[in-house]
Ligand binder design. Structure first.
Ligand SMILES: C[S@@+](CC[C@H](N)C(=O)[O-])C[C@H]1O[C@@H](n2cnc3c(N)ncnc32)[C@H](O)[C@@H]1O
Length: 591
């Protein structure tokens, strides 16, 4: 702790008072030794706290360290005397390391993507929060003094996170009015400016819905050196904060806690509008639309916390994306793949992200492997709530040349294998009285091949015969709905694949209706052409242009385009959906 500092927090005031008391005691011969020892212990206790917090808090980034140094070494009195700032700004205004890290973590933990700061000073808090934001997150920082924007900007520019910060100079209240008029909303608001206006900022934010549902307001200096609770306080800022804290504590729209970190940080959370206190004040239709089903707003109903899932073909491509999506939504995930190393690699990725995951190797065309997979998951986690049957193979050949071997192999995995997985997982789910099965079908279930000019057709047949891949759907063919004279040649000839995927849809529809009354929903996802490394091979590159011309969305699907669908179908939000084929193909099947 800096001894020459003006005491700025309750602990610093305490240290100051204890130091003075200790010095007096030391100078006075009649003070009992015990009292001196206790004074020293109290001083050690108080003076050690901030240093310890400082040391144990994750080190600040280089740009933040630079910003702190630049702020502390700047001659703020001179700046004021030269008329560059309207007010004399004490360098102690800065939030600093521990508080900056706290703000950054709050941004992270609240999953905020839009932040509002009222009172930026040299931007330490703004940059700390920016570091906690996702790449496309943003902060609006309000600051009265234009000089401070110029001061902070060069360091913002050095940080990869600086571009997330927009500084609005001028009166914060004017900026708030501007933001409200533009319909802006924020996930987190940090109020750290003129203390006597806190109550006005707070009320304006709440009354104009500048704070999102489930948003958080953080208030700096809410203990104001202890003056908020000391009886002899006459300081106008201390009194303003005291009144503010009381006002928030009585406000039925929110709940709050004051964390005694540094000079106090209040955390204020909008409570659900469905709280009895709030409801008493207005007339509303009090039903599940208003309150949410079981009190859960729609996005919460897509959470999968506590659920157990497996994903076959989880070692790469679509299956890997599904495994990540289900895990991110809260499920434990068994990553199943034919190739043990692939299952292990993806399970490891999930584990690194804090998701409980296990690898399972299984060939889903083999009944014993399928049963072992299901038994492994049940013995590990006691249930299967989500069965994601995604593994598949794709082979290409002209129908007149398709061998029975190719047909059987394709059906063995895509249809027979998917059936075996549905049956084995379904038996567990029927016993549980609950389950979500999501099969991967394909756009191929909807559309068929069309013929182009012979030369192109032959050329593409050769190229496309190399598109066979083990997992997930591969490129498909022209929609039946398109008249032949407009048809653009589509090269892939994959009768067995198309037919097997049409079978997956029928399997899904049949199981989906047969099992729904026992709590098991069965749906499938039909992806269009998915952008995989395979598609970018030299051989296949010429085909991509042709495919693109048939996709209204103007691009191939990314595996991430499919992730929300699997989470939705795995969640309670889709409980009334069964036997459905959810087609995600950028509109291709409609052209
Ligand atoms: C305590 S400092 C902010 C510290 C800052 N949050 C940080 O992270 O270091 C308060 C800032 O609020 C600004 N301020 C005071 N009154 C204001 C107002 N009415 N509108 C906008 N900014 C204001 C001051 O110029 C000062 O820079």
């Amino acid at each position: 702790m800096l001894v020459d500092k003006v005491p700025d927090t309750p602990v610093e005031v305490l240290v100051d008072l204890l130091t003075k008391a200790k010095d007096i005691a030391a100078a006075c011969g009649s003070v009992p030794e015990d009292l001196k020892i206790h004074l020293q212990k109290a001083l050690d206790m108080a003076s050690g706290l901030d240093d310890y917090l400082e040391k144990m808090t994750t080190q600040e980034s280089q740009p933040l360290a630079e910003l702190y140094k630049k702020t502390m070494s700047h001659d703020w009195d001179r700046v004021y005397e030269e008329g560059k700032t309207k007010f004399r700004l004490p360098k102690e205004c800065i939030t600093g390391h521990v508080e900056g890290q706290t703000l950054k973590m709050l941004v992270h933990m609240s999953h905020a993507s839009r932040v509002l700061e009222i009172g930026m000073f040299t931007g330490y808090g703004a940059l700390s929060m920016a570091e906690g934001l996702p790449e496309d997150g943003s902060i609006v920082a309000c600051e009265l003094e234009p000089y401070l924007k110029e001061f902070a900007q060069p360091i913002f520019d050095k940080s990869p996170h600086g571009k997330k910060i927009t500084v609005k100079t001028g009166s914060a209240m004017d900026t708030l009015k501007e933001l409200a008029a533009a319909g802006e909303q924020f996930d987190m608001v940090f109020i750290d400016a003129d203390k006597n206006n806190y109550i006005n900022y707070y009320n304006f934010i709440m009354d104009n819905n500048l704070l999102r549902l489930q948003g958080v307001i953080c208030i700096d200096n809410s203990l104001f050196k202890g003056k908020v609770y000391l009886k002899d306080t006459t300081d106008s800022n201390g009194l303003a904060l005291r009144e503010f804290n009381q006002f928030v504590s009585d406000d039925p729209r929110v709940e709050q806690v004051i964390v005694p970190l540094r000079d106090g940080i209040s955390l204020i959370r909008r409570v659900s509008v469905t709280s009895e206190r709030s409801l008493a004040q207005c007339e509303i239709t009090d039903d599940e639309v208003f309150r949410g089903v079981k009190g859960r707003p729609v996005l919460d109903r897509m959470r999968l916390d506590g659920k157990v899932a497996y994903v076959t073909g989880g070692g790469q491509g679509i299956g890997r994306a599904f495994a990540h999506a289900l895990g991110e939504a809260g499920a434990k995930v068994a990553v199943v793949d034919l190739v043990p190393a692939k299952a292990e690699a993806v399970a490891k990725e999930l584990f690194l992200k804090g998701i409980n995951a296990i690898p399972v190797s299984a060939d889903i065309s083999k009944p014993d492997d399928v049963q072992r997979m299901v038994d492994t998951v049940v013995s590990k986690w006691g249930a299967i709530h989500i069965a994601c049957n995604n593994a598949g193979v794709n082979k290409n050949s002209a129908s007149e040349d398709t061998s029975l071997e190719e047909w059987d192999q394709t059906f063995g995995v895509n249809l027979r294998g998917t059936f075996m997985c549905c049956q084995a997982a379904g038996r567990v789910m029927l016993k549980q009285g609950y389950g979500k099965i999501i099969n991967t079908a394909s756009m191929a279930s909807l559309i068929g091949s069309s013929r182009g000019p012979a030369t192109l057709h032959q050329q593409y047949s050769q190229i496309a015969s190399k598109t066979a891949c083990h997992m997930g759907p591969a490129p498909n063919c022209k929609g039946q709905s398109v008249k032949q004279e407009h048809a653009v040649p589509h090269p892939q000839k994959q009768l067995s694949y198309n037919t097997s995927k049409a079978g997956v849809v029928k399997l899904t529809q049949t199981l989906g209706t047969e099992w729904i009354d026992r709590g098991v929903r069965v749906n499938c996802i039909s992806p269009g052409i998915v952008d995989t490394p395979l598609i970018h091979s030299e051989d296949l590159r010429p085909l991509v242009q042709r495919w693109l011309s048939d996709i209204p969305a103007g691009r191939l699907a990314q595996v991430t385009d499919l992730q929300a669908a699997v989470v939705y179908l795995a969640s309670d939000a889709s409980d009334y959906m069964t036997g459905h084929n959810l087609v995600i193909e950028g509109g291709q099947s409609l052209w």
